[in-house]
Design a protein around this ligand. Structure first.
Ligand SMILES: NC(=O)c1ccc[n+]([C@@H]2O[C@H](COP(=O)([O-])OP(=O)(O)OC[C@H]3O[C@@H](n4cnc5c(N)ncnc54)[C@H](OP(=O)(O)O)[C@@H]3O)[C@@H](O)[C@H]2O)c1
Length: 502
C-alpha cells in the first residue's frame, strides 16, 4: 500500500486520507503531512497548524473559510463534518460525516469554502489541523450548526452540546441566496449501485427534477461516478473498501436507502454462487440492518426471476402474492434478499421489476445488443418462448420517486405493461430504429445456457394501481421513442459509433 491513501467523498474535491503509523516497542511515528506525498495542491502550501483541545460533547463550527484544511484527531475521537457551501458546486449544501479517532489514522481534507464542524466524542480530545492560509476572522463566512437547509444530524440532543456563543449566534442561511423553493430538512436518499442502469437514471432524475425535496448520495463499484458517490464493493472478500456499511450510513445519514446494486449476470451467479449470495443477500441484510439502526427505510429492487415462469397462458402475469419458486441462483439470491429486507423492518419495501431497458452508460441492455448486431448486418437470434414484461427504466425511476411520499411497504410489482417474448421485443426494436428485421431469428429452445430461465415471468402491476392510479408505464415502442428523443446522447455509441468516437 502506498500511503497516504486518498478516498473521494460524495462532496466534490473532499477526501478522507489514511496515513500510516510505524509502531515499535517505544510507540509510533506517523507523517501527518508530507509535501512530497500529499497531493492536494493547496495543502502543499500549509501556512498554519492549529491544535484544538475539547471536552466531550463540544461542538465547534460550522466554520467556512476561503482556504483548505487538513484535519487529524490525535487524541480521543471526533464526529467530523464537511458541508459544501460553494454555490457553484454540484454538491452544494450536501454534508458528510466521518469519525476520526487517534487510532483509525484517518484525516479529512476540507476544500476551500466548504464548512467544517466537529463534535468531540471524548474528554480531552485533541485535533490538529493544517490550513493553507493563516487564520483571518474577517474571511469567515460561517453557517449555523443547526441550519435547516443543511440539516446536519448531530446524534445528540442539541441542548446537551456545548457550543460557543459565537457559533450559536451565527446567522442562518438566507433563503433568497438558495435555490428558489428549496425545502428545509430535505429527505436524504442513498442509492446503492448508482452507477447501474436503474441506479443512474434514478440519481439523474432525483438530481435534475427533485433536488428541492431530496438530497442524493450514491455508491458505485467498478464504474466510477464522479460526484455524490463513494466506492463500495458489496463483495465481502473485497479489500478495497474504505467504509464499512456502518460508516457508509454514518457518512451521509440517509432517511431512505435504495438498493439497486446486485450481481445481475444470471449465468455468472450460477457459476459463482458464493459471490452471488454474498452480494445479493448478505450485503443486503447488513445494509438494511444498518439502515434500520439509524431509522432509515430500505427499498430493495428485486426481480421477476423469483417466479418459476410456469404461467399457463401467454398473457398471464404474476401478482405480488403469487407463489415464489426461483429456478436459478440469481432468483434464489434475490428472493433471500427480499426476505431479509422484509424481516428487518415492516416499513421496508421490495420492488420487483422485469427486463430493464433505457439509457445506460454501458449500453449493455437488450435493445442495445439488438441495434448493434442489426447495424452491423449480423443475425440476431432471439427466444420466442421466453416472455417477460420489458420495463423502461425512466418510468420505473419516476414511479419509485413518486412512491417515496406514499411510504409504502411490503412487496410491489413495477413493470412495463406488455408481455413480450425476446423475439417480439427485438422486432419492435428493429422497427423503432428503422433496421432490417429479417436478421432477427426465432429461437424456441435454450442452447447451452448455464442457468435455467423462467418461461413467462411477466409481472402484473396490481398494488401500484391503487396507490398511483394515474401512473402509466409506457409500452415498448413509446419507451424506445422517448429514449431516442430525450436521451439521444446515450445512444451515440451504438447508433452513431463514428460520431461518439470523435
Ligand atoms: N436488468 C434487468 O433486466 C433487471 C430485471 C429485473 C430486476 N432487476 C434488478 O434491478 C436492479 C437494478 O438492475 P440494473 O439492470 O440497473 O443492474 P446493473 O446495470 O447490472 O447495475 C448493477 C449495479 O450494481 C453494482 N454492483 C455490482 N456488483 C457490485 C458489488 N460487488 N458491489 C457493489 N456494487 C455492485 C454495479 O456497480 P458498478 O457498475 O459500478 O460495478 C451497478 O451499480 C438489480 O437489483 C436487479 O436485480 C434487473
Amino acid at each position: 500500500m502506498n500511503y497516504p491513501i486518498y478516498t473521494e467523498l460524495p462532496i466534490q474535491d473532499a477526501f478522507v486520507i489514511e496515513y500510516r503509523a510505524f509502531s515499535d516497542s517505544r510507540g509510533y511515528l506517523a507523517e501527518l503531512y508530507n509535501s512530497n506525498k500529499y497531493k492536494q495542491a493547496e495543502t502543499e502550501n500549509l501556512q498554519q497548524i492549529t491544535l484544538s483541545q475539547s471536552k466531550k460533547n463540544v461542538l465547534r463550527g460550522i466554520h467556512k473559510v476561503p482556504y483548505s484544511k487538513l484535519v487529524t484527531c490525535v487524541r480521543g475521537a471526533i464526529y467530523d463534518v464537511i458541508v459544501d457551501l460553494r454555490h457553484n458546486s454540484p454538491t452544494f449544501l450536501m454534508w458528510v460525516s466521518i469519525v476520526l479517532t487517534q487510532s483509525n489514522h484517518k484525516q479529512l481534507y476540507i476544500p476551500a469554502d466548504c464548512g467544517h464542524a466537529f463534535l468531540s466524542l471524548e474528554n480531552d480530545t485533541l485535533v490538529v489541523y493544517g490550513q493553507s492560509q493563516p487564520f483571518n476572522p474577517a474571511l469567515e463566512d460561517n453557517c449555523r450548526f443547526d441550519d435547516p437547509f443543511v440539516n446536519v444530524y448531530w446524534h445528540l440532543d442539541i441542548a446537551k452540546l456545548e457550543i460557543s456563543p459565537k457559533d450559536r449566534d451565527t446567522a442562518l442561511l438566507i433563503p433568497d441566496n438558495l435555490p428558489k423553493g428549496l425545502s428545509p430538512h430535505r429527505t436524504r436518499i442513498l442509492i446503492i449501485g448508482a452507477s447501474g442502469q436503474l441506479g443512474s437514471i434514478l440519481t439523474y432524475k432525483l438530481q435534475k427534477y427533485y433536488q428541492l425535496q431530496y438530497v442524493v448520495y450514491g455508491t458505485y463499484c467498478n464504474n466510477k461516478v464522479d460526484t455524490h458517490c463513494v466506492k463500495m464493493d458489496l463483495n465481502s472478500s473485497s479489500t478495497e473498501n474504505t467504509f464499512s456499511y456502518h460508516s457508509l450510513l454514518q457518512l451521509c445519514h440517509p432517511n431512505i436507502v435504495i438498493i439497486c446494486a446486485a450481481m445481475t449476470w444470471v449465468d455468472g451467479c450460477e457459476k459463482s454462487q458464493n459471490k452471488a449470495y454474498d452480494i445479493n443477500c448478505n450485503a443486503v441484510f447488513s445494509l438494511s440492518l444498518e439502515a434500520k439502526k439509524i431509522g432509515a427505510k430500505t427499498i430493495y429492487i428485486s426481480t421477476d426471476y423469483v417466479f418459476g415462469g410456469v404461467l399457463p397462458i401467454y398473457g398471464d402475469k404474476y401478482m405480488e402474492e403469487d407463489t415464489i419458486s426461483p429456478l436459478n441462483v440469481y432468483g434464489k439470491t434475490k428472493h433471500r434478499g427480499e426476505q431479509f429486507v422484509l424481516s428487518i423492518s415492516k416499513d421496508n419495501l421490495v420492488v420487483r421489476t422485469s427486463s430493464l431497458f433505457g439509457p445506460d452508460k454501458l449500453n449493455k441492455n437488450f435493445p442495445c445488443q439488438v441495434v448493434r448486431k442489426l447495424k452491423d448486418n449480423l443475425k440476431f437470434p432471439a427466444f420466442s418462448h421466453v416472455v417477460s414484461t420489458p420495463t423502461y427504466t425512466v418510468d420505473l425511476a419516476e414511479c419509485i420517486i413518486q412512491l417515496l411520499v406514499h411510504d409504502c411497504s411490503g412487496v410491489m410489482h413495477l413493470a412495463g405493461p406488455e408481455s413480450a417474448s425476446k423475439y417480439d421485443w427485438a422486432l419492435k426494436i428493429a422497427n423503432s430504429f428503422n433496421l432490417e428485421n429479417t436478421l432477427i431469428e426465432k429461437v424456441d429452445s435454450f442452447p447451452a445456457l448455464v442457468a435455467k430461465r423462467p418461461l413467462n415471468s411477466s409481472l402484473a402491476n396490481n398494488r401500484i394501481g391503487y396507490i398511483l392510479p394515474e401512473f402509466k408505464f409506457r409500452g415498448i415502442q413509446d419507451a424506445l421513442e422517448d429514449w431516442m428523443i430525450n436521451f439521444p446522447d446515450s445512444l451515440d455509441d451504438i447508433v452513431n459509433p463514428t460520431k461518439s468516437k470523435l
